[in-house]
Design a protein. Sequence first.
Length: 251
Amino acid sequence: MKPDSTQNPSQSTEKGFTLIEMAIVIAIIGVLVAMMAPLLGNIAENNRTELTVQRMDQIENAMVVFLRQNGRLPCPAAPNGSPLGDERASCNSGNNNDGIVPFRSLGLAEADVRDGYGNYYTYHVAEDYADSGLPTVITDPGGFCFVASGEPDGDLDIEDINGTNVTGQDIAFALISHGKNGYGRYNPPGTGKVNANGGGTFEDENNDSDADFVDGIRLTADATDGPLDDSVIWRTRDGLAGQAIEFGCSP
């Protein structure tokens, strides 16, 4: 019997994707990626914000330890210091009460004093609370708890976006993350600031080295005053003392 010439055992009955089918699959993948991109971007932004807050808390804890051991707060580090990260010998003149966090003096790593965007925090201290002449015991006469209340030298003023003071207590220091745009941040090893006086009224207030800072709703677009993507934390004298010793500044 002659074999059927129409049959070919070696011929596959399977076939691959056509160009049209592949194009459809690629288009679907592209749509899914486009839909996921904002979500992934939000996750990344949330991670940066969370890291910024975590490192601020870490710096605050190191400040409390320094206060407990030295009876005062550290002066800021000069952004052009050598080595970088040592506190200034004094912060009672000029703008020496404004700089970067003195990470070496606090026993921190350099990475610990950068926010979630990789930028250095600005550290501003009310210089009377960082006076090297204060007694080591913060409740001794003349010590940290005895710095004149009300208007200590270099008094800090934290305002909301309406210009209202957010606390009536004596603020010992402020710590500022200059946000995603980094406007006003120090840029070691130089003393200059990135885009200083170029971020709008609020952000300019947070980088002009004076004792006034704005902490309020983050603004992304405002014709007059925005944008503002800074994060500002501050601590009062009594709040810090309460963390450093059992009864704080209370008798």
